[in-house]
Design a protein around this ligand. Structure first.
Ligand code: APR
Length: 243
């Protein structure tokens, strides 16, 4: 019987937060069905109409305190603890800008598309927590200049964060798992091919087959709160702690 995986990399997308009431992007009633991403999620959009971009992120930031982590977020936090007890490691790479993984207890977490509850200043590069609305009048707390404070979110055309750490974690992994993502935005959508090229097993846990479903060696489909919890229970239940 194969030893259970000890070093796992999990990539999550908006689908893991869907059952918490956070909208996804490309489902039929998703965010991009209502808003043109070029106007609110690109540097060009911010330059053209910063007030519209602030309104878009202010609305999403204001909604966060009203939503809770769900069973899938909690299952991943439990998996992180369970793997550590077995001298293993879970690296959680999320495309999501919400804080639901943190609030569920995940610690080894990389927000490759940034975080909506942080802001950065284009003038001085300052980055700090931000729970309040932003506007073109917001002055940077570090350099005091106004007009350049923006959400600490990676827009289309910008470089995602933690790429080095992510590729290092994938290289060391026994298993790569993708949860709640359509596999339509790179470089995140390319992680599974990197893992497979290294001979690493790959599992997809999603509501339906994603655009790169063919890369995966195992897949389970259904709502994340059901299939992620079941998968973690099997993974932790099936292996004995070391030592
Ligand atoms: N359980 C599991 N999966 C779900 C659920 C659910 N309850 N609801 C939806 N899904 C799946 C959908 O089937 C879809 O495959 O989650 C995926 C969501 O895909 P997208 O809406 O494209 O979101 P995501 O993959 O996270 O988008 C990636 O694109 O717009 C950018 O920066 C944005 O980080 C985002 C990136």
């Amino acid at each position: 019987m194969r030893a259970p995986p000890r070093n796992i990399v999990v990539l999550t997308g908006s689908g893991i937060s869907a059952e918490s009431g956070v909208a996804t992007f490309r489902d039929k009633d998703g965010i991009w069905a209502k808003v043109d991403y070029r106007e609110v999620a690109t540097p060009e959009g911010f330059a053209a109409n910063p007030a519209l971009v602030h309104e878009f992120y202010n609305d999403r930031r204001r909604a966060l305190p009203g939503v809770e982590p769900n069973a899938a977020h909690r299952a991943l936090a439990e998996l992180e603890r369970g793997l550590e007890e077995r001298d293993g490691r879970l690296t959680l790479v999320t495309q999501n800008v919400d804080d639901l993984h943190e609030r569920a207890g995940s610690a080894n977490l990389l927000h490759m598309h940034g975080e909506i509850q942080k802001a950065t200043c284009v003038a001085c590069g300052d980055v700090r927590d931000c729970r309040a609305d932003l506007s073109i009048e917001t002055a940077c707390p570090a350099c005091d200049r106004a007009g350049g404070v923006r959400p600490y979110v990676v827009w289309f055309g910008e470089m995602p964060r933690f790429m080095g750490e992510t590729m290092e974690a994938i290289t060391d992994a026994d298993l790569f798992v993708s949860i709640g993502t359509s596999g339509s935005v790179y470089p995140a959508a390319g992680f599974v091919a990197e893992a497979r090229a290294l001979g690493i097993a790959a599992t997809e846990l999603n509501l339906e087959p994603s655009e790169n479903a063919h890369h995966f060696t195992d897949s389970r489909y259904g709502p994340a709160t059901k299939i992620v919890s079941e998968w973690v229970r099997e993974l932790l239940g099936g292996s004995q702690p070391t030592g």
